[in-house]
Write a protein that binds this ligand. Sequence first.
Ligand code: LR7
Ligand code: MN
Length: 576
Amino acid sequence: SEEEPGNDSFAVYDNAIGESNRVKVKPRQQDDDSLRQNAVVHAVEKPVHKQKPPPKEDDKSVLDAPVANLNDNPGELGKPVILPKDMPIDMKKAVDDGWTKNAFNQYVSDLISVHRSLPDPRDAWCKDSARYLSNLPKTDVIICFHNEAWSVLLRTVHSVLDRSPPELIGQIILVDDYSDMPHLKKQLEDYFASYPMVQIVRGPQREGLIRARLLGAKYAKSPVITYLDSHCECAEGWLEPLLDRIARNSTTVVCPVIDVIDDTTLEFHYRDSSGVNVGGFDWNLQFSWHAVPEREKRRHNNTAEPVYSPTMAGGLFSIDREFFERLGTYDSGFDIWGGENLELSFKTWMCGGTLEIVPCSHVGHIFRKRSPYKWRTGVNVLKKNSVRLAEVWMDDYSKYYLQRIGMDKGDYGDVSERKKLREDLQCKSFKWYLDNIYPELFIPGDAVANGEIRNLGYGGRTCLDSPTGKRNMKKPVGLYPCHKQGGNQYWMLSKAGEIRRDQSCLDYAGKDVILFGCHGSKGNQFWTYHENTKLLHHGSSGKCLAINEGKDKLIMEECDASHLRQHWLLENYDSS
Ligand code: LR7
Ligand code: MN
């Protein structure tokens, strides 16, 4: 599939946990869960010792100290660290090496204090502490990692310790998903030995992020569970607004605003309340961001108020522990990465809960362009997870996803228990969810045609083919031999005359024919198909869509039904 993270061989690692530090921990509840039984936890009986907090900006002693202003240190206040263009060869090698191992600039991260300061990203509206209940529940913070960089992991943990009220944190549970980087072994245990709040749990084998999260949850005792990725930085006041929502209603699941930590400079870019996005998805079951819809804006007086979100990105959220358990936590049949965010989102809404993004809460995340770690070979993990998701939660709408994968479900294991869970909880239908929670989503069944769009010129074997990749927008739409596999050749003609791929539309503004976010105002995105002449007529230009003789480029020309190159066949066309 288009953007699937790395798929190289699945490594077999040695279980290299230091024997002397190995302590079998009694499970919280007695059951025969093999996941937890095999888990190993680093001893937690530690002398209580509070680390000296990092000096605050307004700390007089710091300002008076002969050492220059702390804010001048690399990356302080979330500022970017920019490396010189001509680096000595050794440094260049170290920089490249950091990128290879992590898919972000580890070298730069290592230059930045693990206690670095950040700008305060909050709206003034958020700083009024009277907005939050005074008696908030405690949370455990679960951070799963697989081969995370040292400075990045430590900065994640310290950002929690440094910027959360201590009385609101139970444990910070670090779940090592079978890493093999040496710094994550004894060195990590030694480092956190003086932090009684921090506990290290080791998985018995590579579980993948989803089962690693479930393993962490077994050790949680606080009323709330908060998950973070292992390359995050929590900003000032991040926690109270999240816990407040759960304190008011334990079926509310909350996500912070995810600020971008630049993968190259580690600059912390924050998003102000007016730019908050909510989560959605498309029929490939890929997560996507959207502006807050108008219907949702109308519910609020201030942009800093929590907003309903159809889905969550997945990595950063807080949930009431009992509600999470009631929802059946995650489907443990999900492998490595992906799909679990939609599963939790769908069932939260469908089974009586609410999912919100809380603009007062900010956590930064390093967004990467590729996945640095190893995946399993021979299995399309993401597809397997998505098929399980579709089968259990999407009712008849699952067909729209299945069409995208050529109706081939592959071996997705047994989902009967998950179906039973849904039944026992008496959850609402997926149609209810779409109608009420995500009415913006285009339903392929509402399309006049769906499938390939085949040109009949020059042999008639060429199909409209979508540009790929995350940044597919504004790229010219291509042509490719028809392959009948759906994927990039799956298009929908909407009743409103759009040629859609989910939320993007075929758009012509006088230059190339491109994909552009659907705007619903016809104009450059308005097409009419004439079944008799087979012409695809464009609204604002009056021209017709055609292909060049090389069959590799779309062109727009004066309509003339005598040219086969202007003839198109739309799959499953039904104008009635
Ligand atoms: O096998 C693995 N074992 C792990 O423990 C693979 C990964 N992991 C850990 C990893 O170290 C990291 O902490 O799991 C976490 C997520 O993996 P990433 O950071 O490689 O992936 P990502 O940031 O693209 O992940 C997003 O989607 C995932 C799969 O659905 C999870 O839901 C992530 O938590 C999610 N991240 C976020 O929501 C942060 C914002 C990104 C966006 C949008
Ligand atoms: Mn991540």
